[in-house]
Design a protein around this ligand. Structure first.
Ligand code: GLN
Length: 479
């Protein structure tokens, strides 16, 4: 077994026991990062990572996260390390500060080895909207890793890092985790500071962990949460995130979302989810059907709200304040030509959709109405959580699809998030864990709970993980 096969928790234990050093861990992972068989990384900070590993190895006692490597989605600002959000608009951009959540992890002893590929400004479900390259699914190099945090997911599945950070606006942590056969967690909205996260749709954006085990997911989140004076929407997490120990689900009521188990869900995905529902029953849970009718309007609601917010957030990219700029005769031309040249097609589509939805005369009809549907959804989730402790559904309606399959059809791409978007709109936490295979490709099970029920989610997911014992090693990965 190589060091790269250890979970983060196991790597920290090996460090504590003096069986390895942080430098050894960083070197082992950097070799894989630099080989980058799945094109997961956009920037590598080998020098910085090694220097930090030596520093931590020299400390009289190790910090909580020991000196274990991590990959960071390129949407998160890292001081002096190029941060592009997958866009030409930020090519070569070196932020002057580090995102709060990354800083907290660094302070706790995580070592950033590099920045991972993503759909431009986090808009997409396959990472094919990256302005730089396609990332490959470690389970099948002809398929997408999901998105938008595809690089973060692929790097963990490929064992280039034990864990990584992604951001999730409508599904961008959970869906790529599902497609790559790993664990992805979107925390309660506000649990993790967004300071330093390049904004897409601020009322939905949340940072969260990718890992190969549920315990690693909990450990990483534990060190990220909490109020940050730099983000007024951040909240104190009530209590502490605990490492999961549960081995059963007795006393838990699980609601299976009927609307997300019907039309459009691939038969192989449905079969794997049904098998995991039986596992939950074996673990002592009561599984009941539950209806969330408004979830069927989730996609339509999201594709008004998210573009509206992005059209405003992306106004700052004008060629003057950040990144490169295209020269022109006057300022207006400079704005227009820079934005026309440096934004990719999906980003432009969203800015146009959002600008239209916010135009006076249309505002009530689109944005106002979408906000009302969102309120209904929040209420519907709250009512559901009076009846059940957790909601279960597939994470993605399909397994990983072939590269290029949906790039010509934005609507087909948008459908990838049909199961994750309602949870995002409701602002509640959810985790995706691998629950089986369909045609040799991983299937993700999504569990959602009420706000700040992260500990309950981790415990349930841990119990299921132990019972299913899914092998996270992609078939082609050499031992
Ligand atoms: N795929 C969705 C979109 O393109 C969600 C992306 C995300 O969560 N960042 O908007």
């Amino acid at each position: 077994m190589s060091l790269r096969d250890l979970s983060a928790v196991e790597q920290i234990a090996a460090l504590e026991a003096g069986e390895t050093t942080s430098l050894e861990l960083v070197d082992a992972h950097l070799a894989a990062v630099e080989a980058d068989d799945v094109e997961a990384f956009l920037a590598i900070d080998a020098e910085g990572a090694r220097a930090r590993a030596r520093e931590i190895d020299a400390m009289p006692s190790r910090p909580a996260l020991g000196g274990v490597p991590i990959g960071i989605k390129d949407a998160l600002s890292t001081r002096d390390v190029v941060t592009t959000s997958g866009s030409r608009m930020l090519e070569g951009f070196r932020p002057v500060y580090t995102a709060t959540c990354v800083q907290r992890l660094q302070d706790a002893g995580a070592i950033v080895v590099g920045k991972t590929n993503m759909d431009e400004f986090a808009m997409g479900s396959s990472t094919e909207n990256s302005a730089y390259k396609n990332t490959l699914n470690p389970w099948d190099h002809g398929r997408v890793p999901g998105g938008s945090s595809g690089g973060s997911a692929a790097s963990v599945a490929q064992r280039q890092v034990p864990w990584s950070l992604g951001s999730d606006t409508g599904g961008s942590i959970r869906q790529p985790a599902a497609l790559c056969g790993i664990v992805g967690m979107k925390p309660t909205y506000g649990a993790v500071s967004r300071y330093g996260l390049i904004a897409f749709a601020s009322s939905l954006d949340q940072v969260g962990p990718f890992s190969r085990t549920v315990a690693d997911s909990a450990l990483l989140l534990k060190h990220m949460v909490g109020r940050d004076p730099m983000d007024s929407t951040s909240l104190d997490w009530p209590g502490e995130i605990a490492l999961p120990t549960a081995t059963d689900m007795s006393g838990l009521r699980v609601g299976v979302v009927e609307e997300l188990m019907g039309e459009g869900i691939e038969p192989g995905v449905k079969a794997a989810i049904e098998a995991s529902l039986r596992t939950m029953e074996d673990l002592g849970a009561t599984v009941v059907p539950i209806s969330l009718p408004t979830s069927l309007s989730g996609l339509a609601t999201y594709y008004v709200l998210a573009p509206a917010e992005c059209s405003s957030n992306l106004a700052r990219f004008d060629g003057i304040r950040y990144g490169p700029s295209v020269d022109a005769d006057n300022l207006l031309d400079q704005y227009e030509i820079t934005r026309g040249d440096l934004f990719g097609p999906e980003v432009k589509r969203r800015i146009m959709l959002g600008t239209f939805a916010l135009a006076s005369g249309y505002y009530d009809q689109y944005y106002g109405r979408a906000q009302k549907v969102r309120t209904l959804m929040v209420q519907e989730f709250a009512q559901a959580f009076e009846q059940v402790d957790l909601l279960a559904s597939p994470t993605s309606p399909s397994v990983a699809f072939p590269l290029g399959d949906r790039t010509a059809d934005p609507y087909a791409m948008y459908l990838a998030d049909v199961c994750t978007i309602p949870v995002s709109l409701a602002g509640v936490p959810a985790i995706s864990i691998p629950c089986g295979l369909s045609d040799g490709l991983p299937v993700g099970l999504q569990l959602a709970g009420p706000a700040f029920s992260e500990n309950r989610l981790f415990d349930a997911a841990h119990a299921i993980e132990q019972a299913i014992a899914f092998d996270t090693r992609p078939p082609g990965l050499a031992t």
